[in-house]
Write a protein that binds this ligand. Structure first.
Ligand code: GLN
Length: 482
């Protein structure tokens, strides 16, 4: 039996039955990580920590102790999530040697569920990018085809799950960074509702948009992971919601009488033909199972990308101001005065894309431009939110492609920031509106590259996403085996 290919819920069964120990499983994953190291998925492998945890869990299991939901299961977290004693680099030269002084709430929740954290995933520097080519530790390769990018910024998190180095991972999503790589690598990626998961201990990119979420090989696993990491953390993250956490693991797959909203703005003529066909087929599955289709309208969808790059860059410029060469990371060794220290440390520590975002952010916040850009973007954000609210008064879920095209080749867009930004056109509106959304593999193109479908629900209705996602999987087993 190849244990590494199993879903998380399946390996959990095997562990519970005693067919394999966590130590054996963890060693298998470590071996797999070595064999597939050319993918460059991980910045750090927490070998010793993982083996120690696995041994402890095996011991506890033997002694009949009650164990958590992820007991003994190897999991990877993105390298912008703090885990005490490990390096948290955010794939930046700036933090190359930064060691976490504490553990993020989401990582702590994994540990409390007895998970084995096995590594920290490669990513775009400070989560800025759509291809993972902005990492100071080199790009990640797409496990489905190594000539292609895995997507970004959680490219390492998606590729590590797709290549069976672990059973699930955590990523972060500010404008699509969980869903786009999930779609490119053929895995399930969920961005929960803003506030569903605590961001305490997660290095901030754009605080009003950032959210942590799971990448998994199936919908059931996504529900398991969310049930572990969701929940309030008012002490440390005031934006975390006090809404109770439902039992996500119980998924009802009946969609009879439910309404699927289709917005023509998501299905424009730029959409790849094979992506469109895969989506049409998926929608047919739902119709065949009793769901109804309704047309909804999101007229301002086009404006979301502009709004996103203004708001996220403005917030990034403020959040990254703390990296000044004094407290964290890189410090220039020769400098004339304090201003020179800031200037040199930041020039040396940050990569090109991060510098670009800081410049855009400071520009849109500067006096004279604030009203024209930042304030206006905040207004348009309200309009976009309202349009989604209206749409959801007519339907239970909205379906769209995750991206207009499957994965692109390494190097194809790295010299053209605008075309890179355009990759996020269908994912950023969801962050702007604070909604939950999942990317689910629904097929592959003629080159065998995965195609992702985006399922979008109302605030705090992740259960609706799981319902539609799991039904699709049940009816289309072969589409999942990309
Ligand atoms: N690709 C988008 C960006 O570069 C989204 C990043 C993210 O969600 N972290 O900003």
């Amino acid at each position: 039996m190849n244990y590494l290919n199993l879903n998380l819920f399946e390996i959990r069964d095997e562990l519970e039955k005693g067919n394999i120990t966590s130590l054996e499983l963890t060693k298998m994953c470590l071996q797999k990580i070595k064999e597939t190291s050319d993918l460059n998925t991980l910045i750090c492998v927490c070998e010793e920590f993982a083996l120690d945890t696995a041994k402890r869990v095996d011991e506890d299991r033997k002694n009949g102790k009650k164990l958590g939901k992820l007991a003994g299961i190897p999991i990877v977290i993105k390298d912008n999530i703090n885990l005490v004693g490990t390096k948290t680099t955010c794939a930046s030269k700036f933090l190359e040697n930064f060691v976490s002084p504490y553990t993020a709430t989401c990582a702590q929740k994994l540990l409390d569920a007895d998970a084995v954290i096995i590594g920290k995933a490669n990513m775009d520097e400070f989560a800025m990018g759509s291809s993972n080519e902005n990492s100071a530790f080199g790009p990640v390769l797409n496990p489905r085809n190594k000539a292609y990018v895995p997507g970004g910024s959680s490219g390492g998190s998606a590729a590590t799950v797709a290549s069976c180095q672990c059973f699930a991972s955590l990523g972060t999503d500010t404008g699509g960074s969980i869903r786009e790589p999930a779609s490119f690598c053929g895995v399930v990626g969920l961005k929960p509702t803003y506030g569903r998961v605590s961001r305490y201990g997660v290095v901030a990119f754009a605080s009003s948009l950032d959210q942590v979420g799971p990448l998994t090989r199936c919908v059931q696993d996504s529900a398991i992971m969310l049930s572990v990491i969701a929940g309030e953390d008012q002490k440390n993250d005031m934006t975390s919601s006090t809404n109770s956490v439902p039992d996500y693991e119980k998924i009802d797959t009946n969609v009879k009488g439910l309404k699927i909203g289709i917005a023509k703005e998501f299905f424009n003529d730029k959409l790849d033909k094979e992506v469109r066909e895969a989506l049409d087929k998926a929608i047919e599955t739902y119709k065949a199972n009793g769901a109804e289709i309704v047309d909804v309208s999101l007229p301002s969808l086009d404006a979301a990308l502009g709004v996103y790059y203004i708001l996220s860059s403005a917030e990034a410029a403020s959040n990254l101001a703390r990296f000044d060469g004094v407290k964290y990371g890189v410090q220039a060794n020769k400098f004339a005065d304090i201003t020179d220290l800031y200037f040199k440390s930041r020039s040396q520590g940050f990569g090109k894309e991060v510098k670009r975002r800081i410049m855009i952010g400071n520009y849109v916040l500067s006096s004279g431009y604030y009203d024209a850009f930042y304030r206006k973007a905040k207004k348009v954000q309200k309009v976009i939110k309202k349009e989604f609210e209206n749409a959801f008064s007519q339907c239970d879920i909205i379906i769209s492609p995750t991206t207009a095209n499957p994965a692109f080749k390494l190097g194809e867009k790295s010299g053209d920031p605008l075309s890179m930004y355009l990759t996020d056109i269908f994912t950023v509106p969801i962050n702007i509106a604070g909604l939950p959304a999942m990317s689910l593999p629904v097929g592959k193109n003629h080159e065998g590259l995965p195609i992702g479908m985006q399922l979008i629900a109302k605030e705090f209705n992740e259960e609706m996403i799981f319902r539609f996602g799991k039904l699709f999987e049940e009816k289309n087993k072969e589409a999942q085996n990309v």
